[in-house]
Design a protein. Structure first.
Length: 464
């Protein structure tokens, strides 16, 4: 019993046999950076307005609650992968897990949800990066239309990021993740510094509009419910890790959520509220401290963070669409994802054209991103991972499916689920913990409730 308590939630980490700590593993550090930059970025700009509208106590509660649920969601996905990838083929993604554990209709639902979520996220990231770069160029005195127009900047960003979005997998974008991660750390440190040393509210910072108690209690749900949304990145990251580094996947998720994302969100959400007043809006980063060189550098680096997010989000979107369009039977043996580089390039051409159209001709993505986040985001973060875990729970009872790390296990892909279940008794980790089943059911119910309320607010109410 004592040894079982030392095993991680995923059952993949062997602490006694680990020669090197996780913080000495470059692959683990790169994965933490990738997951952090994926989850964090433009959302930090919306937290001050959410805090001013809701209050600091509900904000703090929501940040901690969704950090815990987001971490459990990541681990449910990896547990499903470990349980099923022996008979799922050389590549197992969330859609494959849905087909094996929930059925073909759920697999289609997962694919459509992922595509819509990633399309919305990529368009939003591109729009925010373009607007931030335009503001910076204007601040530096560059006012020519060809350099500051949204269309020109959007086209330039897409052409710059297009080659990065055709990389083989996420491991090839490790340096992009690290640049974005270090930039994000600087922005966070700068905001903390100026809020503590120069707490003042500039007159050109718009004040938050007052909201009634009944409205403000749910107005920020579209923001809070998806602030840790990086579940679509977990399985590709897991597959790209070397075998020796995979045992640290639970550490990657926990460090990302609790040690990186949560402190940054608390800093951006609470510090402006306490230092600048409850009326500060989400555009405080653009207009507060206009003469501060520190904040000027922060605005530049935050634009860089959102530029770095573009290929990190576009790559899984590319894989989804490429597999849907190009993959044929037997191609997995020759090309990663069953698609050649030319196929990926062509798919990204279509994606970029769509993103350019959305970015160039939309006035604001606020309502659109709220709707996509409240529907697709909540499904990916809470509902689908909980359903996958509960499906494994129903299929295995008190047993556990063959471990993905048991190299001696050999299973044909056409074998049924029942043939893959081994009776391991007390060795079961996640499947033997009844509280986790309760957590999964609670996450499923909460996700459905939050998604319904949040989607209703996104449609009926204006975005923050």
């Amino acid at each position: 019993m004592e040894s079982d308590s030392r095993v991680s939630l995923l059952g993949n980490e062997s602490l006694a046999s680990t020669k090197h700590q996780w913080y000495r593993d470059s692959h683990v550090l790169s994965s933490i950076a990738t997951l952090s930059v994926t989850a964090i970025g433009a959302v930090v700009l919306t937290l001050p307005a959410a805090t001013a509208t809701v209050g600091w106590v509900p904000t703090l509660f929501a940040l901690v609650l969704f950090a815990v649920l987001g971490d459990l969601s990541n681990q449910f996905l990896v547990h499903a992968y470990d349980s099923c990838h022996h008979f799922g083929g050389p590549e197992v993604d969330m859609e494959t897990l849905g087909r094996m554990l929930l059925g073909p209709r759920w697999a289609v639902a997962i694919r459509v949800t992922l595509i819509l979520l990633l399309l919305g996220a990529t368009s939003a990231v591109n729009l925010i990066a373009v607007d931030m770069v335009s503001n910076l160029l204007t601040e530096f005195g560059v006012a020519h239309f060809w350099f500051t127009s949204r269309k020109a900047l959007s086209l330039a960003n897409i052409l710059l990021m297009w080659p990065l979005a055709t990389m083989r997998d996420l491991s090839k974008l490790g340096w992009v993740s690290m640049v974005g991660f270090l930039s994000l750390m600087y922005v966070f440190a700068a905001v903390v510094w100026v809020c503590l040393t120069d707490p003042r509210l500039e007159t050109n910072v718009r004040e938050a509009e007052p909201a009634t108690l009944s409205v403000r209690s749910v107005l920020a749900l579209p923001i809070f419910s998806v602030i840790y949304c990086a579940q679509f990145q977990v399985l590709p990251l897991y597959e790209s890790l070397p075998a020796d580094s995979r045992r640290h996947i639970s550490t990657i998720s926990r460090v990302t959520n609790y040690a990186v994302a949560l402190p940054i969100y608390m800093g951006f959400g609470l510090l402006p509220y306490f230092s600048l007043g409850a009326g500060v809006r989400s555009d405080f980063l653009d207009h507060a401290w206009p003469a501060s060189q520190i904040m000027l550098g922060s605005r530049m680096l935050l634009a860089l963070v959102n530029l770095a997010k573009f290929p990190l989000i576009a790559l899984p979107l590319r894989d989804l669409l490429s597999d849907l369009i190009w993959t044929k039977e037997g191609q997995h043996e020759h090309h990663v994802g069953g698609v050649t580089w030319k196929g990926h390039f062509a798919v990204m051409g279509g994606v970029n054209a769509l993103i350019f159209g959305v970015t160039a001709f939309s006035k604001s993505l606020g309502s659109l991103t709220d709707i996509i986040g409240s529907s697709c985001g909540v499904l990916i973060v809470f509902v689908f991972p909980a359903m996958l875990y509960l499906a494994i729970k129903r299929s295995t009872a008190d047993h556990v499916v063959i471990s993905a790390f048991d190299e001696s296990a050999s299973v044909d892909s056409d074998q049924s689920m029942d043939q893959l279940v081994l009776s391991l008794g007390s060795k079961s980790v996640m499947t033997s913990r009844r509280p986790l089943k309760v957590v999964a059911v609670s996450m499923l119910v909460l996700g459905t409730l939050v998604g319904t309320v949040s989607l209703t607010c996104s449609i009926l109410l204006p975005p923050l």
